[in-house]
Design a protein around this ligand. Structure first.
Ligand SMILES: [Zn+2]
Length: 310
């Protein structure tokens, strides 16, 4: 029996940081989540993360577990050596800073960095819904839309270490301008933000309608909420049709906050895919919810250290 190893996985998002001690099989031994204020200075954020990592080292030691290293993921583009965060829209103070150097210098173990969409994809491929799939796309649909492609067990890295900006393929060329500067991106139609905007419009409301409210109303059969969920899912399916033309995935895993919308949402995604997509490329594509849920990025980050850099 091979020895079980333990590593720390860190998933830094725009609103919180999730950390965990994870074993060789993807099981989470210790987990913690701390809110962050993304407007804080780089020094404050790196200190907070180092403190949290240190606390996990201490907790693991108390259980007699030795930590073999740390894998950390976050949104944004990194340089070629994955040692510098060049740009992260949701972490503005960290863009172009020495954030990764400061963390590496203070963590008492080997550490690797990667993009959060890559972490989630490896997590689902190695331990979750996408196990043993030859051509896999893992999409994370939250405030925005991220995605990564795993082909033959390897992450497809095109530029900036990501498979591409999968949330920014154009699905509605005559539509709205996206935050990224392009027009009609998938993200403007199918993200959590798009869902909230659609719900507010249907309700003729000026204030924000949260994802939780929409989900609750949809579960209770309220027409406006069901329509918003349906449209948002349909557009994601339309986007997946283009991913199918590009990567020919056998399976597409849907994770992120939006997965909480459940079955009717996934049905809408499948309907959009089959209405829009090329029949022979989309007929047999499985659309499945992520198994690791909100932990996918953290578990995937840890697995980068366990399985090598990918
Ligand atoms: Zn865009």
């Amino acid at each position: 029996v091979p020895k079980t190893h333990y590593v720390i996985g860190v998933d830094l998002g725009g609103q919180s940081v999730k950390l965990g001690v994870v074993d060789t099989h993807g099981a989470i031994l210790i987990r913690r989540q701390v809110p962050i204020d993304a407007a804080q200075f780089e020094e404050v954020l790196s200190r907070l993360i180092v403190q949290q990592i240190d606390a996990l080292f201490t907790e693991a030691a108390a259980l007699g577990k030795e930590i073999a290293g740390v894998g950390m993921v976050m949104p944004g583009y990194m340089n070629a050596a994955r040692g510098k965060l060049l740009f992260a829209a949701n972490l503005p103070t960290l863009s172009g800073s020495d954030f990764l150097d400061h963390i590496r210098d203070q963590v008492p173990a080997k550490i690797v960095f990667d993009a959060d969409c890559n972490g989630a994809a490896l997590g689902e491929f190695r331990y979750g819904a996408g196990r043993d799939i030859e051509r896999l796309v893992v999409a994370t649909v939250g405030t925005g839309i991220g995605g990564a492609v795993v082909i033959g067990g390897h992450l497809l890295r095109v530029v900036h270490h990501i498979s591409g900006s999968l949330g920014h393929i154009i699905v509605d060329a005559g539509g709205r301008r996206c935050a990224c500067g392009a027009r009609g991106c998938l993200e403007t139609r199918a993200s959590g933000r798009a869902l909230e905007a659609m719900a507010a419009k249907l309700l003729k409301k000026d204030e924000r309608v949260s994802g939780e409210e929409i989900n609750h109303a949809a579960v209770n059969g309220e027409a406006w909420a069901m329509r918003a969920v349906r449209e948002c899912g349909w557009w994601l399916g339309a986007g997946i049709a283009s991913w199918c033309a590009t990567y020919a995935p056998q399976q597409v895993v849907i994770g992120g906050g939006i997965a909480a919308l459940g079955r009717s949402y996934l049905e809408a995604v499948r309907d959009g895919l089959h209405e829009v997509g090329q029949p022979h490329l989309t007929a047999n594509v499985e659309i499945v919810p992520a198994l690791l849920g909100a932990n996918a990025g953290m578990v995937g980050a840890a697995s980068m250290m366990l399985h090598g850099k990918e």
